[in-house]
Write a protein that binds this ligand. Structure first.
Ligand code: ZN
Ligand code: ZN
Ligand code: FE
Length: 710
């Protein structure tokens, strides 16, 4: 932004000081440059039309939750915006999701089809008004309107839709509701039956459902909320926060075998209107079908949600850029973003880049990154690129980012995995491409986020990533810099018997681990709970050496421990078995299992055999599951710290970066961090950038840039 200021020296000083100390609520000032200009003798204050300067980098604001002043407007019966669902001002409202092009003016947003009424225009043009140059400003006379339809698209005639909606929810109906970045499926969160109905219709048996609660007091009735958690919940970003349950007052099927609930507060005026007498907790889950991307168009909602929702609340303010809710948790007194979306995206990371690059990101939980000069822009969370719809969504968003930031990348990065979507995707571009190893990208992402430039020991723990030796990695100790890595340690290899099915059914992985320990004596050592399973078949697969691949994944070790502790079902979402294991954990248990470290060809290898023997022995001794689970966690923590000490001693490196989806496990993150700090390490962890696969695009782009320099 350019500001011409004329006046007395001291007045200019006051203004500059005000800009620095009291900037507008939503502004983010990266730097201020001051230069002397010729005096023009301006006669009045003026905001000139933006000019689209080529190569100028304009940052886009994320969408922002409704502010207190606007809430006052919609709850004041005398206000002309009383109960108006699209009320916003300069301090709040939609941004990223409605911006079609830069510079950010009303004509370049989805609001261009609404012509301001006189009253709104007066506010818009008055520098003293809260709605001065608020591009999406609107009122009931001139702005967008809501409409209620049934699941066949028939209009429901009602005088007060805003009143009708909470009524329908109270009666046990499931509603699809168009929000800021897409549709939600909403229902009464206090009714177990309606939640079950939603789960069946959405074919989502166990994955936790997000909740929206009326206000912070309501949240405190059901969950423990720390001071930091409260601050984040109430912030203008309004993410979903994972909070520990306080009691069992809400139905168990909101988040089966999970001691946390994902909770957010209302963030649009419309949301505030959904809560009525009797309704203070809603299930609010992204409206999509079978792991497809979030639905954001009226027609798509009516067409695709008719089997799930009984009614659909639509409106005529288009969403240009769909965006899910963000998810965060607080560990070690800091916010850890797990899903970067509404309120956070687009993320702008400052990093010295020499090339304009597009990093295609991961296969699961995809986000991509695109760079221009010293700016890396990271997209919102898009989803698992396992169907054409999600692939199309990535394409659409890449096009948008290229256009809106005016970037034409000279290079595209993709993951090494031969079967990942991105390998094909890069072929559709003319640009050169480059491949980056998954775990190297994880660690560099953490380094860049923390501005670490020296070599680090990277601990990369996740479900899987394609390794340089064509095996599936995921329990890795890498010495990393931005350009390269050396694998100096890992978990021992165990075979994944039967590919995907062994990942879907953790008990199969457990058989593989136990087979590694007991070989032909497996049967006599097998715990009873495996007796009903087709163990013979798994053994045949292992012995045949067909359709198996070796893995060093910590995620698979967690799956194994979960199965041994009774998780015998299929997982229906990534990390489900590990979440089960974390949530049955004892808080205070200190004991752990033994393990061996082998040193082969310059690499430290953690031999897991004794861990498995320890688990079985405790199980045989009827030790409680929560103690066994904690002992298992303690063991992972111990070998992680132990390997860092060995590697640090050999290579003289004192910095450790932690990355990978396993660090979403709060016990693992907290305890490894604390123990390493106690041993004198400098430890770096993710905060704004997710430790899961959503974070790897940042690592990819920096690694590629570094290799280009060479
Ligand atoms: Zn506002
Ligand atoms: Zn108006
Ligand atoms: Fe990963």
């Amino acid at each position: 932004m350019y500001i011409d200021i004329e006046g007395k020296e001291e007045d200019i000083g006051i203004l500059l000081n005000n800009i620095k100390t009291k900037p507008p609520q939503l502004s983010k000032i990266n730097e201020i440059q001051i230069e002397d200009k010729k005096v023009v003798n301006y006669e009045k204050f003026n905001i000139l039309k933006s000019n689209a300067e080529v190569n100028a980098i304009t940052l886009i604001s994320p969408d922002t939750g409704v502010c207190e002043d606007c809430i006052k407007d919609i709850t004041d019966m005398k206000n002309r915006r009383y109960k108006y669902p699209f009320t916003n001002c300069t301090n709040c409202g939609p941004r990223f999701s409605i911006i079609k092009d830069l510079p950010y003016d009303r004509e370049a947003t989805c609001m261009n089809q609404f012509i301001m009424c006189n009253e709104c225009r007066k506010e818009y043009e008055n520098p003293l008004d809260r709605r001065f140059h608020a591009q999406p400003t609107a009122c009931p006379i001139c702005g967008p309107q809501i409409e209620l339809v049934d699941n066949e698209g028939n209009k429901i005639k009602s005088l007060g839709i805003a009143k009708k909606v909470p009524n329908l929810i109270g009666q046990g109906f499931i509603l699809a509701i168009k929000g800021l970045g897409g549709f939600h499926l909403a229902c009464n969160a206090k009714c177990e039956d309606v939640i079950q109905k939603l789960r069946i219709r959405k074919k989502r048996p166990t994955k936790p459902l997000a909740l929206m609660m009326k206000d912070i007091e309501t949240v405190k009735k059901f969950c423990h909320v720390s001071h930091i958690e409260e601050k984040i919940l109430c912030s203008e970003r309004k993410p979903i926060i994972l909070l520990n349950k306080k009691n069992d007052l809400l139905p168990y099927n909101i988040a089966p075998h999970n001691k946390r609930l994902g909770i957010m507060l209302p963030y649009t005026p419309l949301h505030h209107l959904l809560f009525d007498e009797g309704i203070d907790v809603l299930v609010m889950t992204s409206a999509n079908k079978n792991s497809m991307p979030i639905i954001y168009k009226n027609d798509d909602a009516i067409h695709n949600l008719k089997d799930i929702a009984d009614y659909i609340l639509i409106h005529n303010r288009d969403i240009h850029i769909p965006i899910d809710d963000s998810v965060s948790m607080v560990v070690l007194h800091e916010e850890r973003v797990l899903r970067n979306s509404r309120g956070y995206a687009p993320i702008n990371v400052k990093h010295s880049m020499t090339h304009d690059i597009l990093a295609s990101g991961s296969h699961l939980k995809n986000t991509f990154a695109i760079s221009k000069k010293d700016n890396v822009f990271i997209s919102q969370y898009i989803g698992d690129v396992e169907n054409t719809e999600t692939c199309d969504r990535v394409n659409m968003l890449v096009k948008h980012f290229k256009n809106v930031y005016n970037i034409n990348p000279e290079l595209i990065v993709h993951d090494m995995h031969p079967n990942y979507w991105s390998k094909e995707y890069v072929k559709t571009h003319d640009s050169n491409n480059i491949e980056v190893q998954h775990h190297h990208a994880h660690i560099v992402s953490c380094m860049v986020e923390n501005e670490v430039k020296d070599r680090v020991i990277g601990i990369a723990y996740d479900g899987s990533g394609y390794g340089a030796d064509k095996k599936m990695w995921g329990g890795e100790f890498l010495i990393c810099d931005y350009a390269s890595f050396k694998r100096v340690g890992h978990l021992n290899y165990v075979c994944i018997p039967g590919g995907e099915s062994a990942i879907k059914e953790p008990w199969r992985m457990a058989i593989s681990y136990l087979h590694k320990v007991f070989g032909n004596n497996l049967d006599e050592n097998l715990p009873n709970l495996f007796k009903g399973k087709d163990v013979k078949n798994v053994k045949t697969i292992i012995n045949s050496n067909i359709n198996i691949i070796d893995t060093s994944s910590v995620g698979r070790l967690f799956d194994t421990a979960a199965a041994i502790l009774g998780f015998m079902e299929e997982v229906t979402y990534e990390g489900e078995a590990a979440i089960f294991l974390e949530h049955i954990c004892d808080e205070n248990e200190k004991e752990s299992y033994t393990y061996d470290v082998e040193y082969v060809d310059d690499v430290y290898i953690i031999n897991t055999n004794n861990i498995l023997k320890g688990l079985l022995s405790d199980l045989g001794d009827k030790i409680s599951r929560s103690l066994i689970s904690r002992r298992f966690h303690n063991t992972v923590i111990n070998f992680s710290v132990h390997l860092c000490e060995l590697i640090s001693g050999k290579y003289d490196i004192n910095k450790v970066a932690l990355s990978g989806g396993v660090f979403q496990n709060q016990i693992i993150l907290r305890e490894i961090y604390k123990k390493l700090m106690l041993k004198g390490f400098e430890v770096y962890t993710h905060k704004l950038i997710p430790c899961n696969d959503s974070g790897i695009c940042l690592g990819q782009i920096v690694i590629a840039n570094e290799r280009c320099k060479e």
